[in-house]
Unconditional design. Structure first.
Length: 348
């Protein structure tokens, strides 16, 4: 079969690799219907993340089960499934506490050192799924083609936006600012409004992303950054800032933007994969500003979010503004790296 490999920074190549097969009785083999490129994939592509040498890429996919191991009970051959970006057994203490990303027996797609053996990455034609019962979420019936993009967001970006909103303490009547206009930030707009936020301001400097944020329900857009951005945000919220800020980028600048923007006593929910970001503890202490968040346990959110995606109550699949065949994956990475695409969907 074919799968993508990051050979070196800036070099994504489609390779022929061995077909996945059942190796353990808890495995499943899934034929990929759709995968995608994540903003966090760009850290390795840009050479910012630690270089591990050539490695399989991708951590978001949906597909159809083609084979299961003897011990798999919760899904069956022929099921359409959502695969969260983290592999988990669903039974360990951390999973039971809702933190599937810290599963004692799980790990991440593309890992070579999982307790349950190695795992394929997602950008390929098929994937071997360890711990299938805990990891995969099966649908009761096959979805329509038009539903696939929205379902794919549940593997990461919609659940991550939801996590940011929960971490920031968004609730009915909240005032909210979202820092970051990538797929996670845009899904964060959806998530905040879904939880009852009264006002949601998207910080964005790109016309197409601003337009989508507004279509998702953002009540205002702030294009300024730094001190000008903080001043503009405070102007919109009575001179003190919003109750909650959702940080969806991961840089030092975006975290500082979030902390400077939230009102005294407010909370920043952060989900951007951090590179170079550090917390100004003295500022947090002096201004009574809290910070919560981290890697999103999307496996724990799918059951809650899935009905709204299937019913059309929310439409996060619109963050996919470019669809390419897997053969053109390198162009997809280039488009996202140049910010010519919000998020690229890949069809094998």
């Amino acid at each position: 079969m074919r799968a993508t490999v990051l050979e070196s920074p800036g070099q994504i190549v489609l390779h022929d690799v061995p077909d996945p097969r059942i190796e353990l009785p808890t495995d499943a083999v899934v034929r990929v219907v759709a995968s995608c490129i994540c903003g966090s994939d760009l850290w390795g592509y840009r050479g910012i993340a630690q270089d591990r040498g050539p490695s399989r890429t991708g951590h978001e996919f949906v597909g159809v089960i083609e084979e299961i191991g003897a011990d798999v009970r919760t899904v069956k051959v022929g099921d359409f499934v959502i695969a969260p970006f983290c592999i988990s057994d669903g039974t360990c203490e951390n999973c039971r506490n809702g933190v599937h990303t810290s599963c004692l027996h799980g790990g991440y797609w593309g890992s070579t050192d999982l307790p349950a053996a190695t795992a394929d990455a997602a950008q390929g034609e098929a994937v071997r799924v360890p711990l299938a019962d805990g990891t995969l979420v099966g649908l009761p019936e096959q979805p329509g083609a038009e539903q696939v993009p929205g379902l794919l967001t549940l593997s990461d970006v919609m659940g991550t936006g939801h996590h940011a909103a929960l971490a920031a303490g968004v609730t009915r009547g909240s005032t909210v600012v979202v820092v970051g206009d990538g797929a996670v930030g845009l899904c964060g707009v959806i998530a905040a409004l879904r939880l009852g936020a009264e006002q949601v301001v998207a910080m964005s400097r790109h016309a197409s992303r601003q337009a989508l944020a507004r279509e998702f329900g953002a009540t205002a857009v702030v294009a300024e950054r730094g001190d000008e951005g903080v001043a503009r945000v405070k102007e919109l919220f009575g001179g003190i800032g919003p109750d909650a800020v959702m940080e969806c980028v991961g840089t030092k600048e975006s975290m500082q933007q979030a902390l400077d923007s939230v009102r005294p006593g407010g909370t920043v929910g952060f989900v951007g994969l951090p590179y170079g970001a550090e917390l100004p503890i003295r500022q947090m202490f002096s201004e009574n500003k809290g910070v919560r968040g981290g890697v999103a346990s999307v496996r724990g959110y799918i059951d809650e979010l899935l009905p709204d995606v299937l019913s059309g109550a929310i439409d996060p699949g619109r963050v996919f503004d470019v669809t390419l065949p897997l053969a053109d994956v390198a162009e997809g990475y280039r488009a996202m790296d140049r910010r010519e695409a919000i998020k690229v969907l890949l069809r094998p």
